[in-house]
Design a protein around this ligand. Structure first.
Ligand SMILES: CC(C)(COP(=O)(O)OP(=O)(O)OC[C@H]1O[C@@H](n2cnc3c(N)ncnc32)[C@H](O)[C@@H]1OP(=O)(O)O)[C@@H](O)C(=O)NCCC(=O)NCCS
Length: 87
């Protein structure tokens, strides 16, 4: 939870042999519904700037980019953040 109230999907991982079969989106939509039931109005996620594939996946699931951060030596590649408004 970001600020203790915005659900933050910090890592989702599907085994390589099961990718592009809807597994990741299925897990995401399950989590999305669970967060809605708990009263969430917005979801967050992120991925590294140089990883276009997961970014495409986030967009495909309705997320929009909302800015990026760098974390000094901990991670020099910027981390792009995405949000999704729940209606
Ligand atoms: C990102 C990840 C979770 C996607 O899971 P998945 O089950 O393969 O994805 P889905 O089948 O739900 O894909 C839905 C749509 O997202 C998009 N998408 C998914 N993987 C993509 C890729 N590698 N490149 C471009 N678009 C992609 C496509 O539009 C896809 O629809 P399509 O297959 O009909 O074209 C999976 O590739 C993964 O585990 N990657 C390694 C870990 C990672 O990068 N996690 C995310 C960052 S935290």
């Amino acid at each position: 939870m970001f600020w203790g109230k915005i659900p933050y999907m910090d890592l989702v991982w599907v085994s390589e042999s099961y990718r592009r079969q809807g597994v990741g989106s299925g897990m995401f939509h399950f989590w999305e519904q669970e967060m809605k039931k708990r009263g969430a109005t917005i979801l967050m996620t992120s991925s590294m700037e140089d990883e276009p594939e997961p970014q495409e996946w986030h967009r495909r699931n309705g997320f929009r980019p909302s800015g990026q951060l760098t974390f000094a030596k901990l991670q020099e590649t910027p981390e792009v953040f995405f949000v999704l408004d729940l209606v």
